[in-house]
Structure formats: C-alpha cells, structure tokens
Design a protein around this ligand. Structure first.
Ligand SMILES: Cc1cc2nc3c(=O)[nH]c(=O)nc-3n(C[C@H](O)[C@H](O)[C@H](O)COP(=O)(O)OP(=O)(O)OC[C@H]3O[C@@H](n4cnc5c(N)ncnc54)[C@H](O)[C@@H]3O)c2cc1C
Length: 400
C-alpha cells in the first residue's frame, strides 16, 4: 500500500486484531468485552482449519480461561517415556495433567466467544500489508475477490509463525526456531501418551505418540533438523510400527519459535502469542502461554484506549507484564535445551534409569507442573546426578 495515504482521524475500529488463533481470539474477546470496537481478521475460512498442532492444553489453562471442556477428546494422566537402549519409564501423574482438543474446534470456539463479546470476525481475509501514522493504523485485507482497507486506532499482530506482516509495522519476530513435524493416523492399542527421546528419534528434543479418540492418534516430534527422517524412525520403531495405519496420513511441518524477539510493542502495535515467542522453550507448547500473553495485551490496550494514549511508552506495560510472567520459564527451558543438545544416548539412558527410581519419581510427581517447569528444574538442580546434567546447560547457555 502507498505510505502517504492519509489515515482517518476517527477510525472505524479501536483495535484490529490480525489472526484468530488462541492469542488473537482471546485478546479480541477481552477487549470487546470491555466495550471496545474490535475487528478480528483471519486468513483461513474457518479459524484453526490449518493449525498444525497436537492440541494438548494443561488443566490450568482450562481453569484460568474457562475453556470449553466439551471439546476435550482425551485426557493425559500418565506418560510412557521410551529412550535409548530400550530404556522405558512410566510417569504416573495420579491426576489429569493435560487435555487434548482438536484445534479446528477449539479455535472456532474461541473465535465465537470473541464474537459473542462483541468483536466482528472476518474470515478468509489475509492481511497483506499495513502502515501506521500518528492518528492510527491501516491494513490491507485480501479476500478471494478483492482488497479492502481497514482502519483502527491500534493493531494486535497475533499471526503465529506467519511473520512477514510484522515488517510492515517495523517489528521483528523471533529469530530461532525448531521444526514441528506431525501426522494424524489410525492407531490400535495406543492408550497412553508415549514420549520418544534419544538421537535416533529426536536428538536434543522429543517425539510423541498421542492417542485422541475413536482410534485416531497424532505422531510427531520437534527437532532442529532432519525432521522427516526422525519421524520415519519413530513410525518404524518396534513400539509403534505394528500399531499404526499410515494410509492417507499426511505429514505436516511447521516452524516453532524458541525464545522471544527483543521488543513486542511500539506505537499503536502489539505483537502477541507465538509471533512474540510466547511458547514454552521446554515442550514447544504455545497455546496457553500465547493466551496469557494475549490477556496481558488486552489489559494494557484497554487502559491505553481509555486514556487515548497508544504511544510505545503507554503500551510498554504489556512487555513488562508478559516478560515478568513468562521469561523466567523461557530462560529455564533454554538451559534445559542446551543440556539436551549435547547429551549422549548412554547418559540419557542413565538419566532415565535414575529418573525412574521411586525417590526421584516422587519428587517429580510432587513438583511437576504441566505449564510451569522452572520450580521442578530448580529442585532437580540440587540432585547429585541430575543437577550435574542441568549445569551443563547453564554453562552452555552462558557461553552462547
Ligand atoms: C507439530 C506441532 C504440534 C504442536 N502441539 C502443541 C500442543 O500440543 N500444545 C500447545 O500448547 N502448542 C502446540 N504447538 C504450538 C501451537 O500450535 C502454537 O504455539 C499456538 O497455535 C500459537 O497460537 P497463536 O494464536 O499465537 O498462533 P496461531 O495458532 O498460529 O494463530 C495465528 C492465526 O493467524 C492467522 N494468520 C496468520 N497470518 C495472517 C495474516 N497475514 N492475515 C490474517 N490472518 C493471519 C493464521 O491463519 C492463524 O489462524 C504445536 C506446534 C506444532 C508445529
């Protein structure tokens, strides 16, 4: 779009939210619920239609955001860890740790909540460019038929890993990514979530086999390279090969950010959710953290709109709030990743053996939290052997 086009002094919308994923829809819902005029633009014809995600969400998120439990297709209480040298450890949580939803249903439900709160949802509109002036923001939305210009007082960029649009607003996205690769298939006798670790399956990270409902399962992994090759190794493993029907299974690969960009706010602009790196650096799960980031964005924007001050200074409380909440976790996760990056299969198998001991299992059971990993990592850093392993990550993170 031309940069010298004049912006109306009284735009039609208070906030234009780009992207109806969990972050965008929650932000739109909270702002519309506080009486602001919110336009929610989504490129897909149905929110969540193209999400590449396992759909695992911790119990806490359901409580904090009153998420629709009717969408849960399975619940995770126990996890079987499979590692090198046939090492196997079962973690029995003894309580529901997390739930699994189908993203196309979940995202549609959140977008509907935003609409019910008063936001206007426009699907099938891809925001292709935009600009800012002292008076407001403009975006160009491209549909099947035409390009339409929308004007607002502020913009929220909640576009997941589709980061190109950030450049129109002089914002940077995350710089580091892993690959998330996954397929949906039929599976028999897969009753528990299984996690695969070790150099053959998921070097420096982990793979998963997650049962959904009605005999469906998602198999995938996150990795920094050779994603397809490692997925094939998991699919061919003696544990899974005979249980899966891979006919018609389509493999999907997507980037997942690891760590946040330097700045996620500016005059009239907030970057929220995965686009802001609000993703766990341990498990790469981003639904809950993105929603927490979106909640902070809505609180900041609500106050700023009321004061009619949408300057970077006024919006900086968003940055402070979300980083205060999530950054300690992101840093702890980075250290864990650094440690896992270098661990040999022999050491990993030994760690699993130690982890399976009753005393350590009790500690993990008591301190483990699906969403907040730092307290457990802090506790484990005092353990004679596990602590040594974690310190390797701290050293490498400090050197990096
Ligand atoms: C294989 C895999 C498995 C995963 N499993 C899990 C899991 O089990 N649990 C978990 O918590 N996280 C998981 N994640 C991560 C999770 O999917 C993301 O962190 C989460 O979706 C981020 O939410 P968001 O709202 O920020 O972005 P998104 O969910 O990506 O939503 C962004 C929305 O913006 C729209 N959009 C993008 N660009 C434009 C544009 N220019 N104009 C208009 N609309 C636009 C997109 O269509 C999309 O609907 C997984 C990721 C991968 C790759």
């Amino acid at each position: 779009m031309s940069s010298n086009r004049s912006l109306a002094t009284d735009p039609e919308w208070d906030v234009i939210v780009v992207g109806a994923g969990p972050a965008g829809s929650l932000c739109a819902e909270h702002l519309a619920g506080r009486g602001h005029r919110i336009l929610l633009l989504e490129r897909d014809h149905r929110p969540g239609a193209c999400a590449n995600c396992t759909g695992i969400i911790g119990e806490e998120a359901f409580e904090v955001f009153d998420l629709p439990r009717g969408l849960v297709v399975n619940t995770i209480s126990d996890v079987v860890f499979r590692g090198p040298y046939r090492r196997e450890v079962t973690f029995e949580g003894g309580r529901p740790l997390a739930h699994i939803v189908r993203r196309f249903e979940f995202d549609a439900a959140l977008a509907e909540r935003a609409e019910q709160a008063g936001a206007e949802l426009r699907t099938g509109v891809r925001v292709a460019g935009g600009s800012r002036s002292p008076h407001g923001v403009e975006v160009d939305g491209v549909t099947d038929k035409r390009t339409e210009t929308f004007r607002g007082r502020a913009i929220v960029l909640a576009v997941g890993y589709h980061l190109a649009i950030l450049r129109s607003f002089d914002m940077d996205g995350p710089r580091e990514f892993v690959q998330g690769v996954q397929l949906l298939c039929r599976a028999k006798d897969l009753h528990q979530t299984e996690v695969y670790v070790g150099s053959k399956w998921a070097p420096g990270s982990f793979g998963w086999a997650v049962p959904l409902d009605q005999g469906w399962a998602k198999i995938g992994l996150t990795t920094s390279g050779k994603a397809r090759q490692h997925l094939d190794a998991i699919l061919a493993s003696e544990h899974l090969a005979h249980r899966l029907d891979l006919s018609d299974a389509r493999v999907r690969l997507s980037p997942i950010p690891v760590g946040a960009p330097g700045r996620t706010h500016d005059d009239r602009v907030l970057v929220v959710g995965e686009a802001a790196g609000q993703v766990k650096t341990t498990s790469n799960g981003g639904i809950y953290y993105s929603m927490l980031g979106a909640r902070e964005a809505a609180a900041t924007l609500d106050a700023a709109l009321r004061r009619d001050d949408l300057s970077a200074a006024a919006l900086s409380s968003y940055e402070t709030a979300w980083r205060g909440l999530l950054e300690p976790e992101l840093q702890a996760g980075q250290q864990l990743r650094e440690a896992f990056d270098t661990i040999s299969d022999a050491k990993l198998a030994a760690l699993m053996w130690i982890g399976g001991m009753e005393s350590l299992m009790d500690l993990i059971r008591n301190r483990a939290d699906f969403d907040w990993h730092r307290p457990l990592l802090d506790e484990l850093s005092g353990h004679r052997v596990v602590g040594q392993f974690l310190k390797m990550g701290t050293r490498r993170a400090a050197e990096a």
